[in-house]
Design a protein around this ligand. Structure first.
Ligand code: NAD
Ligand code: GLY
Length: 355
């Protein structure tokens, strides 16, 4: 088993990565300090993995809250449903919540955990590639608002993250690809050698070779843990993790949440940010093409929706969390393996790239 730690003083927590982790009860129970546990999952994941988690929790007082599936349910209505159910179950501030599912369940559960009675412990059990390499680590929790994605939320760290690689075997191929956008992101922003490793190991990754997936997920979690330990609340470095997200969130909002998967929108966003980088001579044509090709190799989109205009992008991006003093900041690659956060992008460059 690989074990990493997110180093945040008294809020530090472990990330466990292994195949068949769900069948090892101690991995989970060691992090639960309460008798009462509430598992939050959805109608797709619960039939697949709820039983095995329930079995691991023999001896605890376990309840379930099962939500409808989909990004469109990551909203204040679902938040209220969960809070009401917790109240009707007489959950208390020391009850442990378990998020069993992808990033939607993880973000929503984390936000509930941050708010219910001003904070209760929660554990992340991510079951999509995207949530295993990104959303379950780092304590960003949120729900969407019709005017913008993740607009209502909190920084709130879990007590532990349990990643069972074998749960990816049931994940639809399109969702696996979406997760690869966030994986490739780490190579582009932080680790050139990892980018090369991804280029060289495409086949093993696509075949879901256990050793390849273990290494890949571990490297992503290592990078994320390192960045979060330096800048938990995104006052600087952490913003680079949002490569592709400013453009991507605009695509998601314009198309209606759930139509483009988050990872698909991020993939196109990475290409748009890379195109901006070429205009500033921060990426050469060959580097641009390697980024685009790697995303395409995992069946990810690299072109914005054909009906989406420059004005559509700008309208959505005005609500981005990277607007400071009315100025919009972008994460832009500087070579492969490094990225910067900048507002020094002319309207002319944006026009050329987005038109
Ligand atoms: P998701 O949670 O919607 O899961 C994708 C689909 O896969 C869903 O239909 C889900 O039910 C299904 N599923 C999950 N696990 C499965 C499994 N093992 N087998 C079969 N089906 C399975 O989407 P996601 O891509 O995991 O997460 C996207 C969300 O994560 C977005 O809301 C995004 O904003 C958020 N996010 C958050 C952070 C963060 O730092 N908190 C980072 C990146 C993304
Ligand atoms: N997914 C971006 C972050 O966690 O900061």
């Amino acid at each position: 088993m690989s074990t990493l730690t997110v180093e945040l003083d008294e809020r530090s927590y472990p990330i466990f990565i292994e195949s068949n982790l769900f069948t090892q009860p101690n991995a989970l129970t060691a992090h639960i300090k309460s008798k009462k546990v509430v598992i939050i999952s959805n109608e797709v994941v619960a039939p697949l993995y709820l039983d095995v988690i329930d079995n691991a929790l023999a001896g605890f007082n376990v309840s379930h809250i099962i939500l409808p599936d989909g990004e469109q349910h990551k909203n204040l209505q679902s938040f209220e449903v969960v809070i009401s159910k917790l109240l009707s179950m007489s959950a208390s501030r020391d009850t442990t919540l378990i998020a069993l599912g992808g990033g939607v369940i993880g973000d929503l559960t984390g936000f509930v955990a941050a708010c219910y009675q001003r904070g209760m412990p929660f554990i992340q059990i991510p079951t999509t590639l995207l949530s295993q390499v990104d959303s379950s680590v780092g304590g960003k929790t949120a729900v969407n608002h019709p005017l913008g994605k993740n607009m209502i939320g909190a920084f709130y760290q879990p007590k532990a993250v349990l990643i069972d690689i074998s749960s990816l075997s049931t994940l639809p191929a399109r969702e696996f690809s979406a997760g690869m956008a966030e994986v490739i992101k780490y190579g582009v922003i932080y680790d050139y050698n990892f980018f090369v490793w991804l280029e060289e190991n495409q086949q093993a990754i696509k075949q879901q070779d256990t050793a390849a997936l273990s290494y890949m997920i571990k490297r992503c979690c290592e990078i994320k843990a390192e960045i979060v330990a330096i800048d938990e609340r995104e006052s600087g470095l952490r913003a680079i993790l949002n490569l592709g997200h400013t453009f991507g969130h605009a695509i998601e909002a314009e198309q209606g949440y759930g139509n483009w998967l988050h990872g698909e929108a991020v993939s196109t966003g990475i290409v748009l940010a890379s195109a901006v980088a070429t205009k500033k001579d921060w990426l050469n044509a060959s580097e641009f093409s390697r980024i685009e090709s790697l995303l395409q190799a995992f069946d990810l989109p690299t072109l914005a929706p054909s009906d989406m205009t420059y004005d559509d992008f700008i309208q959505h991006m005005r609500h981005d969390k990277k607007v400071f003093d009315g100025q919009l900041f972008f994460v832009i690659p500087k070579g492969i393996g490094k990225a910067v956060v900048t507002n020094d992008i002319t309207d002319e460059i944006l026009h050329t790239v987005l038109s």
